[in-house]
Design a protein around this ligand. Structure first.
Ligand code: ATP
Length: 365
């Protein structure tokens, strides 16, 4: 029997509630499935660790992750610790340290979810945003001089490399090719950013020649926000730089009904290192510790984790259980207008794993 080694990093805020919920679903799945098992190792990194140790994670923390098959992450963020410390000290350290250069963010309107676009059917909004996850605006290059003086100056330099753009474009074209519509939109801003983004456009054109069956177009990032709202059905797979995709995927999550539902995967496509799966929401300190967090974003991240491990049937089973839960308003958490708790939603998904498993079991006997 295959045993997968999973690192769990709850992090801060509601991450401490939704990651244990995700682990519960994986454990329930393994108990029912019997063809694979999980070996979990939990890491207490985050803002509490920072308060004790002055760092968000140990200097050699990446070494403890390298031999894992996957990482389930919660969130990083704390009202008392500056955001650039929580972000750079944990999530970005892992993503960049393990070269998880493709960040994949699917967006769909799940059954039973009241999404804000009233003229939009679930078929109209079925996107995957691919975010360049290793460089660009998040290169960390820049500095500050003359701090505290009137002549103070600061820079953040966005760096795009040919190798970095080629690999994310190839990943995005391949992903678009694997989806039924074979449609890719390349987000750009080459009208204003006339160096790196022009190279981005040129490389998109070069890589497109490797994928003649993929239809693709280019859209300015500002125009793409309006297109997401006015013509959602014209989009399918979307590729954008680190910052552009960060913004567009929050918009996408809101258009699909709630930040609490959306998942993401930080992937090393070459599989040299473990990939990391997380809900896209942050630490949500306003609802922390009350048992109110919607765990669905984490459960959908678990689906992506299982797909990445090659456990496609198990992934489908969890997705079906999630869709049954979102389809039942009595199991909606507060962000969806309901009264259900994290524990109730988790218990319902675990219980449903039995039911959605039943037809497959019958078919094999
Ligand atoms: P961070 O600074 O870590 O990004 P944040 O609190 O500023 O965190 P989010 O956590 O991303 O931002 O979300 C904003 C708000 O959306 C939260 O304050 C919370 O009310 C709501 N929210 C986000 N995620 C969930 C969830 N899983 N369940 C319920 N509500 C959520």
């Amino acid at each position: 029997m295959k045993t997968y080694r999973i690192a769990t990093i709850p992090g801060d805020g509601i991450g401490k509630e939704v990651v244990p919920a995700g682990r519960q679903v994986l454990e329930a799945l393994a108990n029912k499935n019997k063809t694979f098992a999980f070996e979990f190792e939990d890491f207490d990194w985050g803002a509490d660790y920072y308060r004790k140790n002055g760092v968000m994670m140990p200097e050699d923390g990446l070494d403890a992750l390298r031999d894992k098959d996957a990482i389930l992450f919660g969130s990083a963020g704390d009202p008392d610790v500056p955001d650039h410390i929580t972000l750079w000290g944990l999530r970005l350290k892992i993503c960049q340290g393990l070269d998880q250069y493709a960040n994949v963010r699917p967006t769909r309107i799940l059954p039973g979810i009241d999404a804000p676009l009233k003229r939009c059917t679930p078929e109209d909004l079925n996107w995957v945003i691919v975010r360049e996850n290793s460089e660009g605006e998040y290169s960390g290059v820049g500095g500050r001089v003359h701090q505290g003086h009137p002549i103070e100056a600061a820079t953040d330099v966005s760096i795009l490399t040919r190798a970095g753009v080629e690999r994310i474009m190839r990943f995005a074209f391949k992903l678009a090719q694997s989806r039924p519509r074979k449609l890719l939109t390349v987000i750009t801003k080459s009208n204003a950013q006339r160096h790196a983004m022009v190279m981005w456009d040129e490389i998109a054109l070069e890589i497109s020649k490797e994928f003649p069956d993929v239809k693709w177009d280019k859209e300015l990032v500002d125009a793409s926000t309006a297109r997401m709202i006015n013509r959602p059905a014209t989009l399918d797979t979307i590729v954008a730089t680190n910052l552009h995709a960060d913004i567009l995927s929050d918009l996408a999550a809101a258009l699909a009904g709630s930040l609490g539902i959306a998942p993401t995967a930080n992937i090393d496509p070459e599989r040299r290192y473990p990939s990391m799966f997380e809900p896209i929401h942050g630490s949500a300190f306003d609802i922390m510790g009350k048992g109110l967090a919607n765990p669905v974003g984490t459960f959908w991240s678990v689906v992506m984790l299982l797909e990445h491990l090659g456990e496609v049937e198990a992934a489908k089973r969890v997705m079906q259980a999630i869709e049954a839960v979102t389809g039942d308003p009595s199991l909606h958490t507060g962000d969806l207008g309901g009264k259900a708790t994290t524990a109730q939603v988790t218990a319902a998904v675990c219980a449903l794993l039995d039911k959605v498993e039943a037809p497959a079991a019958k078919a094999t006997t």
